[in-house]
Design a protein around this ligand. Sequence first.
Ligand code: SAH
Ligand code: SF4
Length: 399
Amino acid sequence: MLATTLSEPDIDARPAPDAAGLSTLLGATRAELAEALAAIDVPERERRMRVGQLWHWIYHRGATDFSVATTISKDLRARLGARFTLARPDVVVEQISTDGTRKWLLRLPPSVSDPRPHDVEMVYIPEADRGTLCVSSQVGCTLTCTFCHTGTQTLVRNLTSAEIVAQLVVARDRLGDWPGGAANPDGEANRLITNIVFMGMGEPLYNFDSVKSAIEVMSDGEGLSLSRRRITVSTSGVVPMIERLGAEVAPMLAISLHATNDALRNTLVPLNRKYPLAELLDACRRYPGLSNARRITFEYVMLKGVNDSLADARNLVRLLKGIPAKINLIPFNPWPGTAYECSDWETIERFSDLIFRAGYASPVRTPRGRDILAACGQLKSATERLTARDKAAIAAAMN
Ligand code: SAH
Ligand code: SF4
């Protein structure tokens, strides 16, 4: 029930004013910037140009204050500053893993209709040829996949589009990833963050409107400039929204598959009872723009004795036949209280070899950031923080 209501916008998206009565414009769409300009009496004929200027400063240059926006008149900067800010959500915890993975806990300030602050986590994963930012789309998740830690979190709310965009902006701030920043001192935009995955907390397709509008802002060529081919939305299989995602947004698609028959998938991903495998795979076949260069990623978490036999691997290959696909085998990341264990390494290798021989390249996702609990399914915000005993239990389970 809750899941259905959450697919509609459930809150007033506008950020609440801060203690000084100012609202942040960070994360705003072009239309929202135009509204803000109207609110301070900028004449309509000027608004388009002013929106373009603000856009450049906020999303291309990473401005944190209107005062640096020197292409805008002093008078207008002062009027903007009297009503608005470019404030970011606070980073309450920053953790850097021994493998370079970084995790940030962000505190989202209250919005107009939700007076509580909420915490969300995001993770940056540097690799040789790319840097991926894993963002959250909800606080918690209404779905209850049995192997996922986020699914055990009871508190859930949708993030606004601005809150999703703010995650990318804050990560760029922290990494100095703006033209002229620490990572690009010569002013060239040689970006550290090259890819975005919606694989943090939440089911993005239960927050469709905000995810859509956030991707529009993030992929705008005059601002944050991340191509939609480098933005991946991961879903546990909300079939009707996959079609809309393809038609209206067209990012890369990832499907959390995890099982090759309905009986097992019903227990691992309970949403499967509503949208069984045949419907899910049909929706995948219909996803627009698929080709060998543009494949769907199928995520498959390796659970010892549950879904990791060679028969499962053969079924997986059979099931995906005809769909341009990549398969991502994810070693299960344990969390306190879980009944599952990660498959043995040899089992994962045998599974992966079979898939490799069927024509799928490099399928195992190396666990990253395990020491800081940044790996898949371990994101859980401080609203329900792990105790020291929990952390010790996880460390023991991993050794
Ligand atoms: N809700 C979306 C996106 C977030 S989950 C979805 O389910 O696709 C991102 C990925 O991490 C999913 O494939 C999810 O199944 C996987 N995952 C969840 N818990 C995990 C765990 N404990 N170990 C490994 N992967 C996990
Ligand atoms: Fe939600 Fe995804 Fe976790 Fe399932 S795996 S509970 S859909 S976050």
